[in-house]
Ligand binder design. Structure first.
Ligand code: ZN
Length: 193
């Protein structure tokens, strides 16, 4: 079941009138619930933003799966509020103002990490950063080829993310884990004056 609405809006970046195509899709995803995917694409300045908003609210959750070649096509839903990491490779993506939600698969997540590491190669020119980034890229390629094993972990304080597959370990986040996670949202601590 899919529903799509499209309209032209003024671009929030270059301010041109009605040059940005805005699309809102709602879709029901098995094991995940109803999600809303919003995208904006400006044909003048190229501004692009995609976001996934889960319409069903859930409890804080942690997913873990060992990446292997036969699991590359397992579906991954990453909401804006989720932290995605591969601890063996020392890489982690935390929620931030620019973080996007997406629906992809494990292969797609690895490719997103590759893009991030490639950006780091351009931004950080010192030898140590270059060596680290190149090593990480090699390991990501090995994971994609099935020559290396590592765990993919998604921690989501709003329980809106998901990894599909029978081998996925799924459990609630502990309070301690929750307190360490970054979130896009301001948490008001009622114990403080
Ligand atoms: Zn624009």
């Amino acid at each position: 079941m899919k529903e799509t609405k499209e309209m032209l809006i003024d671009c929030p970046v270059c301010n041109e009138i009605k040059t940005a195509e805005s699309q809102i899709k709602t879709e029901k995803i098995p094991y995940f619930g109803e999600v809303m995917e919003t995208s904006i694409l400006c044909k003048v300045c190229g501004y692009k933003h995609v976001d996934i908003i889960a319409l069903d609210h859930k409890d804080p959750i942690r997913y873990e799966i060992e990446i292997s070649k036969d699991k590359l096509s397992n579906r991954v839903v990453r909401s804006q509020s989720a932290t995605v990491s591969i601890p063996e490779l020392g890489i982690k993506v935390e929620p931030g103002s620019k973080s996007e939600g997406y629906i992809s698969n494990i292969e797609g997540v690895l490719n997103r990490f590759k893009d991030g590491v490639k950006q780091a190669l351009i931004l950080f020119q010192d030898d140590e950063a270059q060596t680290n980034a190149k090593n990480t890229l090699k390991k990501l390629d090995k994971l994609l080829k099935g020559d290396l094993k590592a765990d993919l972990i998604i921690e989501d304080p709003f329980g809106q993310s998901n990894i599909s597959g029978l081998e996925v370990k799924k459990r609630p986040l502990t309070k301690k884990e929750l307190s360490k996670l970054k979130s896009n949202f301001t948490i008001i601590d009622s114990n403080k004056e």
